[in-house]
Design a protein around this ligand. Structure first.
Ligand SMILES: Nc1ncnc2c1ncn2[C@@H]1O[C@H](COP(=O)(O)OP(=O)(O)O)[C@@H](O)[C@H]1O
Ligand SMILES: [Mg+2]
Length: 376
């Protein structure tokens, strides 16, 4: 798929902007702080309902404005669709497809698909487990938009279970009446049920992503691998690809029973996909804490390239976004990455300096300056 028109109102630094887009490569050039990333962040938001830079919507609304609107015309094969999201921080966001009446924002998922490379990606390798969980879960949702519902169900169940544990912890500390444990039993079952679905999807994803990531790493840094993606579950050993939902449900439930005493002491859920990690190994060692800066970059890029291969292989080619990444890379990695992405159906590149963008990425050029985007 590709975006043929992007339109923003009160999004980040833009009061209003209209950007017609072609398939193929588009390069957005402009000095720092002119609004290049803001543009591609908006495209990414349509694909994930989140920003790759901030966890909440508030910073996405132009200072002084009440709401932001992102609108995109999208072409997939013969099909054309118009998607629109209205961001209302503190209140529910609204969505429309083809100007029809309201749909839920999550119904928009799957129309725009992106794989976004950004300087923030280094945190995939060097950052906290939460970064890697988000990577997995966003890719799961891109493959199968209904998983957005499973993810929000899980968040909801987790929140309610934590509330219950917290009050149990309080009651214990203050010598109050002890809680009725059968309520907690019910929440254990909910958590294990939804958690097993999420866990199964993650394990399945990692199994298909593994060879693709290894291949991408070899292309970017020949001879530097192998890379190995290893899922580390808070349930402990015994969790692996190919297990049925029922088996995973049983494992999760057993682990919750095991952890209950400690959970009540601490007032928080200690077992479940929200406590898991994806250990990224380079050779024998985990990349985090061991890999060099260059190796970490190659690893992060490999994960993104593998995501791209995966989504493309499943039918609907995503838009590739390369936000300010060439400045971060040495000449060799720059050229390799550019060659790998150049044939994409649509590639959006941002750069402060034209010269940082490898020649193989020739295409449309836009200058971003003073809140305006002009094709040159
Ligand atoms: N909510 C907002 N309201 C107004 N301006 C914003 C908002 N969020 C970010 N900006 C401005 O946008 C600019 C950064 O834009 P960005 O796209 O990140 O720049 P770059 O071209 O370097 O990628 C900064 O000047 C920042 O102050
Ligand atoms: Mg930027």
């Amino acid at each position: 798929m590709h975006v043929t028109h992007l339109s923003l109102a009160d999004f980040r630094s833009y009061a209003r902007v209209e950007v017609p887009l072609d398939p193929g490569v588009s390069v957005f050039v402009g000095a720092n702080g002119q609004g290049k990333t803001n543009l591609v962040e908006a495209v990414g938001y349509l694909a994930t309902l989140g920003s790759h830079r901030v966890a909440s919507d508030a910073p996405l609304v132009r200072m002084g404005a009440e709401r932001a609107v992102i609108r995109a015309a999208v072409t997939q094969g013969e099909r054309q669709q118009l998607v629109e999201l209205e961001l209302n921080p503190g209140r529910a966001n609204r969505a429309r497809i083809n100007r029809s009446s309201q749909v839920r924002p999550r119904d928009v998922l799957g129309i725009v698909r992106t794989v976004l490379f950004a300087p923030e990606d280094l945190a995939l390798v060097k950052g906290d487990p939460g970064e890697r969980r988000r990577f997995l879960d966003e890719l799961i949702t891109a493959r199968s938009p209904r998983m957005a519902g499973v993810r929000s169900d899980y968040e909801r169940v987790l929140k309610q279970r934590n509330t219950l544990l917290k009050s149990a912890a309080m009651a214990r500390r203050h010598g109050g009446r002890s809680m009725d444990m059968s309520t907690l039993d019910v929440w254990d079952q909910h958590l294990a049920q939804v958690g097993a679905e999420l866990l199964a999807q993650r394990l399945d994803l990692i199994a298909v992503l593994q060879p693709m990531t290894d291949k991408a790493y070899e292309q970017l840094a020949p001879g530097g691998g192998p890379v190995l993606l290893e899922y580390r579950s808070s349930v402990g050993g015994g969790v692996g690809a190919g297990q049925s939902r029922e088996e995973l449900y049983g494992l999760l439930l057993a682990a919750l029973v095991e952890a209950r005493k400690q959970e009540i002491e601490r007032g928080v859920t200690l077992v479940g996909p929200h406590r898991d990690d994806l250990v990224l190994k380079l050779g024998e060692l985990p990349a985090k804490g061991y890999a060099s800066h260059g190796e970490s970059w190659s690893y992060a890029l490999s994960l993104r390239l593998a995501s791209y291969d995966l989504l493309r292989g499943e039918g609907n080619e995503p838009v590739l976004v390369l936000d300010d990444v060439f400045a971060e890379l040495d000449a060799r990695r720059r050229e390799r990455l550019a060659e790998l992405v150049a044939p994409g159906e649509q590639v959006l590149v941002t750069a402060a300096v034209d010269d940082d963008v490898p020649g193989v990425l020739s295409g449309a050029r836009y200058v971003v300056s003073g809140g305006e985007v002009a094709r040159v």
